[in-house]
Design a protein around this ligand. Structure first.
Ligand SMILES: [Zn+2]
Length: 120
């Protein structure tokens, strides 16, 4: 198979190949719309990942910042190695499943535990 497609974002293409038709690099899934990043709280390789976004919003009533959390489900192509605790970038795509209209395109940062494991 040929090399990875240019998906139009400034992300590094994965080293591995895959046969997933819903992979933005090796399949026919097109990227459009928004790009988000957040912490991976759940991942099943080749299927989907759950990305947690945390934001702080100021409350006039309580005069302090409130923590807001939002979970976004994203398709995880088998060529990307993303584990729980990593920081990942996701991009909007067409709906892949009922609750999935994002796809993981990059692992920004490995979790501290994964870095320790690879270090020895
Ligand atoms: Zn792929």
């Amino acid at each position: 198979m040929s090399e990875a497609r240019n998906i139009g974002l400034s992300v590094k293409a994965p080293d591995r190949m895959c046969e997933d038709p819903n992979c933005p690099f090796h399949g026919s899934l097109k990227i459009r719309g928004r790009q988000l990043s957040g912490k991976v709280v759940s991942a099943s390789p080749g299927r989907f990942a759950v990305i947690l976004q945390e934001s702080y919003r100021y409350s006039d009533k309580y005069m302090r910042y409130l923590k807001r959390r939002r979970k976004v489900h994203a398709h995880l192509p088998p060529c990307l190695e993303v584990a729980v605790g990593d920081l990942a970038t996701i991009a909007e795509c067409r709906p892949v499943a009922k609750t999935i209209s994002f796809v993981v395109v990059q692992r920004e940062k490995a979790s501290a535990r994964a870095i320790l494991q690879t270090a020895g």
